[in-house]
Design a protein. Structure first.
Length: 279
């Protein structure tokens, strides 16, 4: 069942669970994500960056077909749309949701540009995610992980001014691999939840944050957790073990990667109490 991300996240907020948002790169990953969702009877969000595939409209159409035929709710979200070209690509390609990422801009510019995207997308029944504060890179965690965190009062005002359907918040995570130890500011998250009670919240940089931190974040008010690096690393590790056998079956190379990727994804689906929440 093809749905918007807004529909999934509002259901998650009402029913107190988190939703994994695996970042995919190709059709094999897309199939794996939908299979895990159906196995766990869980709603799922497929995240896709605009630059990961040579033919984004084709990949999105492939995902839409999988979602339409699926027995569980599936949303397809353009992750980190950085410019006008990405917005148009997202709309024309058939994404059911778009993330407009202007988090590196001053607050006023972030509001102005996000507001325009919301106005355009809502007319087309496309939900919108934005980011306030800035989730940096794990390789520079000592600086990126503690700077540009979301100001709770600004988050509340930002939602009112833009009308976004969900908001990605910076509370101490970072994208990719961490060079330091991640510290999640749960007090900051609690204040954001208090001031933004009706808006689903998103956590970017889920990989490497640790099960305890992620489970606590979901129980503390996060509805969507983006995952990429940790899923791919799990697939790589399974593949690396597979090819240690000198007589490995070449036709099982990709399936071995997908098994590791899928097993790790299923782990997070169950960690976030997402299983058996499909409607």
């Amino acid at each position: 069942m093809l749905v918007t991300m807004k529909a999934i996240l509002l259901h998650a907020k009402e029913n107190n669970y988190g939703v994994t948002a695996p970042n995919i790169q190709n059709e094999d990953m897309a199939r794996a994500v939908v299979r895990v969702a159906e196995k766990c009877n869980a709603p799922m969000i497929i995240d896709i960056n605009s630059w990961v595939h040579p033919d984004i409209p084709w990949l999105v159409n492939f995902c839409r077909d999988l979602a339409i035929r699926s027995t569980v709710p599936i949303a397809i979200n353009l992750d980190h749309g950085k410019n006008y070209h990405d917005m148009i690509l997202g709309i024309r390609s058939g994404f059911t949701s778009i993330m407009v990422d202007r988090s590196s801009l001053p607050y006023e510019e972030n509001v102005a540009q996000t507001k325009e995207v919301v106005k355009m997308c809502h007319e087309l029944n496309i939900s919108v995610e934005a980011e306030l504060g800035h989730v940096g890179q794990g390789e520079q965690y000592d600086t990126d992980g503690i700077s540009n965190l979301t100001v709770p009062e600004e988050a509340s005002q930002f939602i009112k001014e833009t009308g976004v359907d969900c908001l990605a918040v910076a509370i101490g995570t970072a994208h990719g691999r961490y060079s330091g130890i991640p510290h999640i500011d749960f007090d900051r998250l609690a204040k954001i939840v208090e001031l933004c009670p009706d808006t689903p919240l998103v956590l970017h940089g889920g990989s490497g944050t640790g099960d305890a931190n992620l489970k606590k974040a979901v129980h503390s008010g996060i509805q969507k957790v983006n995952l990429a690096t940790e899923l791919v690393v799990a697939g790589r590790d399974t593949l690396a073990e597979f090819i240690q056998n000198p007589k490995f079956d070449k036709w099982e190379l990709m399936p071995s990667f997908i098994k590791g990727y899928s097993d790790k994804l299923e782990h997070y689906v169950r960690l976030f109490d997402q299983a058996d929440k499909a409607w």
